[in-house]
Structures are given as C-alpha cells and as structure tokens.
Design a protein around this ligand. Structure first.
Ligand SMILES: *Cc1c(COP(=O)(O)O)cnc(C)c1O
Length: 453
C-alpha cells in the first residue's frame, strides 16, 4: 500500500503499475520507433491525490482547492481535476483559455501572474474570474477596469519575506523576490492597509511562499504572516473586510522513492501549528497546489537509440533530454530524477549495475538527465523511464532542436495488471512543427531586401 494513496489497487505497487504500463506501451507502439518518447499520467493516482488533499483540509468549512495549471497544462488533465471538484489557478491568457476549455466555472478560476496586461485584467473581471493583484499599481489598473457588477473576487498578493528554501529559483518569499507586495520594506504595511481602506471590493490576501525546496515550516510561517496581516487590516477597518485567504501551493515532492512525503496531512499540521485558527472558517481558504498533485502521478518513457563509451564512461543516448526534462538537465543537483531501465519488450531489466550517463537527443553536451547513474547495462531498443515527472516535465516541453512535443497518455491499471490508455495529447507532427516555425511566412525575409514599392 502506498502511503498517501489509500485507494490504489492494493495488489500492485507503484513500480508494478509503471512496469505494467511500460509493457503495454511497448506492445501497442505508444512507445516505439514511431514514438520514441512519451509521457504517462496515472489517472487513479491523480484522483487519489486530490482525495488526500481534500481530506487533509476537511475540517475547514470553506475551501476552494485550485490546481496550478502550469504544473500540467493539458486540457484533459485539467478536465479530470475539474471533475474531481477542483478549481484552477492560471497565470497567463493561455492558461486561462485552457482552464475555460477544460470546463472550470469562472468563479473557480484564480488569475495570478506578475505581468497581467490591462486587456487580461479586463477579461478576467468581465468573466468573474478571481484576480490576485501582484502589486499596488495593478490595483490602480483594477480601479479603472472593474465594472460595478463584476463578480470577481479581488485579492492582493503579499510577500511575507520569510526567506528562501533550498532552490533559490523556486523561492518566492525572499527579501527581493519579484512577486507580491513586500511586507517588511519600510512603509509597505501601511500602504497595504490603505489600499484595503480605499477599496471596499478588495477582500482577499494571497501569499505563495515558494515551491520545491521550501520546508513546511517556512511555508507555514509565510501564511502565518499573511493571516496576521488580515487580522490587522480587519481591525484597522473595523469590519471583516478580508473574508478569504489564498494560501498558495508549493508542497514539496519526494523525488527519491515511491513514498509521498511530506503529505497534505503533514502540511496542514504544520499550518495549524503556525496558525491555530487557520481551519476554523474565520477566513475562507483557497489553495493552489501543482507539483504535489501531479509529479508522482506521471512518468516519461523513452527509447535508448545508441550506447557508446567516451573517456571511460558508458553513455546511453535516449530520446528524453532537455526537451522534456529541462530543469533536470540545467540544474541536475536541484532536480534529480529516478531512472528505471526496461528491456525492448518492456520488462524491468536486471543484472549487474553499471554507471551510465543517461543522455538525451538535444545537440548540446549538457543534455544528460542522469550522470553516472548505476543501472543495469542499457542497450539499443531498451526503454528508460524517468519517474515522478507528472508535473512540469512532459506537459511543458521545450522546443529546442525542433523536437516534437511528445505524446501524452492517461492510464489506469487493474488488479490483474490490465492497462487502459487514453490519449491526452498526440505527439506533435512535423507539419505542426513547420507551421509553428513560420512556414506560412517562408519568404518574408528575402522580401525585406527587395526595393520597397
Ligand atoms: C507555481 C505556483 C503555484 C504552484 O506551485 P507548486 O509548487 O507546483 O505547488 C501556486 N501558486 C502560484 C502563484 C504559483 O506561481
């Protein structure tokens, strides 16, 4: 039984289920010469992760759990989450479009982002999407754009400046982070209180303290600061103006093994230790988890195309590199991934371990997803699996080398190991690559060198 996934089929471990899917994918060609790399989403796992999140917050009378769309920006995944009763956090016009197409009601969508244009704000306010302003200038734009009948809940993002986790690029509550109104800089607390005093429709505070690498206590401390600010503002205004707190996402994920740790229950416990009243309904709550809902519910499978030796090191050249594992390739210490080896029939490989670099298809030397990793000896036609890549990996590919976006499949596994796959996104075709690379404008540049008429 997998910790944190109480309803997974008890006879099959997570590793069994991955092996079932790999064998099935190889047999059906979902992974093979025509599709040398693909992503897979564990549909039951997603359902169970949502259930664990809900259960942890069950004592709170009013809570909207939104999914941070950037963690898995695929409409079928978003639709599945909508069907599980979640809302959606979006941070761009594209993500808003995906959320609407996935079927989220506008009132269950929250728009964040530090660079919202006037047009984006106007659209969100007309639709009734909740908006968290990133800064006080954005509030002034909302003053101009918000119609009197707007159904949008409007909040203000603050940065409690509680400090950094272990990955600087993932830490949003440092002294100098680009996000939110900094609370400890001189004069800002007063400015925030005044902003609320001047705007009766401003009813929410938002804080997202950080993502992978931030300890629970740091996240909880940031939320405690935000809660205290809400109390201070309501006291200063003499009314319960702030009615909801958006506490962000950022629960870290364990990439080392199959255990789900920390759990949502542990997160809530840390939160309650820092803010004893947080679940008592004094404020409605919004959460914005991404990675913790999807990461462990997805993996990448890729063919080994060649193996070679270089300078005494064995290298397996596979089809999964920086185009699907961008963060891991560029920051290997911060984002290590588990790699599992399968043979050409999709069966788990065993045999003596050999240190091998697992490299990708991109044409730059650093395109390696695992350096000197001890694995059974890989050979041409084998399959490597990159575990825990359900969030921010195959769903967010990088177009380097004009490599196609990989196909993505959802899966379920029955007790006997029978696998069912459903297409989430077909692999990008060469025609699509040409079209997004300016095919329709092929002659545009030479034309500039012709004399103007
Ligand atoms: C990215 C992001 C999230 C989700 O973070 P995870 O670490 O994936 O849970 C939530 N809120 C905001 C504002 C974000 O930018």
């Amino acid at each position: 039984m997998i910790h944190g996934s109480p309803t997974l089929s008890p006879t099959r471990t997570t590793a069994d289920r991955v092996a079932d899917v790999v064998r099935h994918a190889v047999r059906t060609g979902a992974v093979g010469p025509a599709h040398p790399v693909a992503g897979f989403v564990d549909v039951e796992g997603v359902r169970d992760s949502v259930a664990a999140l809900r259960e942890a917050f069950a004592p709170a009378p009013r809570v909207l759990h939104t999914f941070a769309a950037k963690a898995a920006s695929l409409i079928p995944v978003l639709r599945l989450l909508a069907e599980q009763g979640m809302g959606c956090e979006v941070a761009s016009p594209g993500e808003l479009r995906l959320a609407l197409d996935a079927g989220f009601a506008p009132g269950d969508i929250v728009l964040d982002s530090p660079a919202k244009t006037r047009a984006e704000l106007a659209e969100a306010l007309a639709l009734g999407v909740a908006v968290n302003a990133d800064n006080l200038d954005e509030l002034c734009r909302i003053d101009e754009l918000r119609g009197p009948g707007s159904a949008s809940v409007v909040g203000l993002r603050v940065n409690p400046q509680v400090g950094s986790g272990s990955i600087g690029a993932m830490s949003t509550a440092t002294a100098t982070s680009k996000f939110g109104v900094t609370l400890r800089d001189p004069g800002n607390r007063e400015r925030v209180v005044r902003a609320f005093a001047e705007r009766p429709w401003l009813t929410r505070l938002h804080a997202h303290v950080g993502s992978q690498g931030c300890p629970l206590e740091l996240i909880a401390a940031g939320i405690a600061e935000t809660y205290a600010l809400a109390e201070e503002i309501n006291a200063a205004l003499g009314e319960r103006r702030i009615t909801s707190l958006d506490i962000g996402g950022g629960l870290p994920v364990n990439f080392a093994d199959d255990e789900t740790t920390p759990t949502y229950a542990e997160y809530v416990a840390a939160l309650q230790a820092a803010v004893p009243g947080i679940l008592d309904g004094r404020y409605a709550l919004v959460t914005e988890f991404g990675r913790s809902l999807l990461a462990k519910n997805g993996f990448i499978a890729a063919l080994v195309e060649y193996t070679k030796d270089a300078g005494g090191r064995r290298i397996a050249i596979t089809h999964a590199g920086a185009q699907v594992a961008t963060r891991t390739v560029f920051m290997p210490e911060a984002w290590p991934l588990r790699v599992a080896a399968f043979d050409a029939d999709g069966r788990p490989k065993d045999g003596p371990l050999l240190a091998q670099d697992v490299a990708g298809p991109c044409c730059f030397a650093g395109d390696v997803v695992a350096w000197a990793r001890e694995l059974p000896e890989l050979a041409e036609g084998d399959v490597v699996v990159l575990r825990d890549t359900g969030a921010y990996y195959f769903s967010t590919p990088w177009a380097y080398n004009s490599l196609p976006y990989p196909g993505v499949h959802g899966f379920t596994v029955e007790d006997g190991g029978e696998v069912r796959l459903a297409t989430v996104r077909p692999a990008q075709t060469l025609d699509e690559i040409a079209a997004t690379s300016g095919l329709a404008y092929a002659g545009a540049l030479g034309g500039l060198l012709e004399p103007a008429l």
